[in-house]
Write a protein that binds this ligand. Structure first.
Ligand SMILES: Nc1nc2c(ncn2[C@@H]2O[C@H](COP(=O)(O)OP(=O)(O)OP(=O)(O)O)[C@@H](O)[C@H]2O)c(=O)[nH]1
Length: 362
């Protein structure tokens, strides 16, 4: 009798120990997820959010591959990110779905959990990422609209099986959906605040902000920084002859032509009226003059076609300057201003010299 009791007691103790261990493991898992949710919710920028999805979620959930697909029919999100200098090609697990949304999953608004199928899942796990053996495809829904998918993949075939409960996963997807919407809206606002609404290029605030960053970077890394002041010639006449609407069209076209001659890393901003400023990163004065000549030629060589059917030729004058080495860090702001002022003075000389000219400051 005593023996039986002792055996039962020991079995119960073992069971209790196992239960406690399981509870402890579950608590650790919950804690990991809570930490993940907090990190996720506190992401302010798209970059932070992406890092949370691809690093923290993959690690916290012990997954082999996670992708985030965003429905972006007009490539608007992609454009905003590019304008904010986020190189989307750095993120192979970030996928933009521009068309064929209906072909992605069936049913599109319900989680789909089970074995990986090339036919069904290839667009959510493109060739650039690891191919999983089992997947959970979680639709991201905000205000009743499907905005994309969070796709979780594991090399373990048993990790995601068809009958699996999806509430927990769907809860995670709802948090991701809210955060995706928030950061995209934040980036949109940021983008609006730094963009000139007429031409779509950056505004003065953006260029002034970049100027200080770039001057600091140039000093640290020892490469060359150049600037251009570009001003349309006799623009008042364009307005007088073709109306304000015609003038606006010319500004838009000239902005596009300038942009087409620049590198993605350069900064172009409309400083107001008919004046643009460009910061040329890693460009000597000579190299900047070559770019300026290209811009001048691209504006004056081809007439601008207005929506009224009229064609007109316009020209620009350009002043170019190069940043000289700065002695002390405290002098950065003053040197940055002087650097731009020199391009402005060179522009003045280009106007004085007859317009449709490039002048570089010594
Ligand atoms: N359509 C349009 N015109 C603008 C805008 N901002 C400024 N302007 C016009 O740009 C013209 C600038 O004229 P000015 O500063 O006299 O210069 P300009 O006629 O280009 O002469 P130069 O610079 O000396 O060659 C003015 O007529 C402004 O009204 C704008 O957003 N849209």
């Amino acid at each position: 009798m005593t023996n039986t009791l002792t055996t039962e007691n020991s079995q119960l103790r073992n069971q209790l120990k196992l239960l406690l261990e399981q509870a402890h493991r579950n608590q650790q898992i919950m804690q990991r997820y809570q930490e993940f949710d907090l990190k996720f919710i506190s992401s302010n920028t798209f970059q932070e959010l992406i890092d949370s999805v691809f690093d923290t979620l993959t690690e916290a959930s012990e997954l082999d591959v996670v992708t985030l697909s965003l429905i972006d029919p007009d490539a608007e999100i992609r454009r905003i990110l590019t304008d904010l200098r986020i190189d989307v090609s750095d993120y192979p697990n970030l996928i933009f779905i521009e068309q064929g949304v209906d072909e992605i999953t069936h049913p599109a608004r319900k989680p789909s959990i089970g074995p990986y199928s090339t036919m069904q899942h290839r667009r959510l796990f493109p060739d650039t990422v690891l191919k999983p053996n089992s997947v959970a495809i979680l639709p991201l829904i905000r205000r009743n609209a499907l905005i994309g998918w969070l796709s979780l993949g594991s090399l373990d075939q048993e990790r995601f099986t068809s009958g699996m409960a999806s509430d927990f996963l769907q809860h995670r997807a709802s948090i991701v959906a809210i955060c995706v919407e928030n950061v995209i809206n934040n980036e949109r606002l940021q983008h609006i605040g730094l963009t000139d609404p007429l031409t779509g290029v950056n505004n003065r605030r953006y260029v002034e902000r970049r100027l200080l960053e770039e001057v600091g970077r140039t000093q640290r890394h020892g490469y060359s920084l150049s600037a251009m002041y570009i001003d349309l010639d006799f623009f008042k006449k364009v307005n007088d002859n073709y109306g304000h609407q015609g003038g606006d069209e010319v500004l838009r076209e000239v902005a596009a032509r300038i942009k087409a001659e620049l590198r993605l890393s350069d900064a172009l901003g409309r400083f107001g009226g008919e004046e643009f400023v460009v910061l040329l990163i890693d460009a000597s004065l000579d190299a900047a003059v070559v770019v300026a000549e290209r811009i001048r030629a691209s504006v004056c060589n081809i007439p601008i076609a207005l929506t009224t059917g009229e064609n007109l030729r316009v020209t620009v004058s350009i002043g170019v300057s190069n940043l000289k080495a700065i002695g002390r860090k405290e002098e950065t702001a003053a040197a940055a201003q002087q650097f731009l002022a020199k391009a402005d003075q060179a522009l003045y000389l280009a106007k004085q010299g007859g317009r449709n000219k490039v002048v570089s400051a010594e």
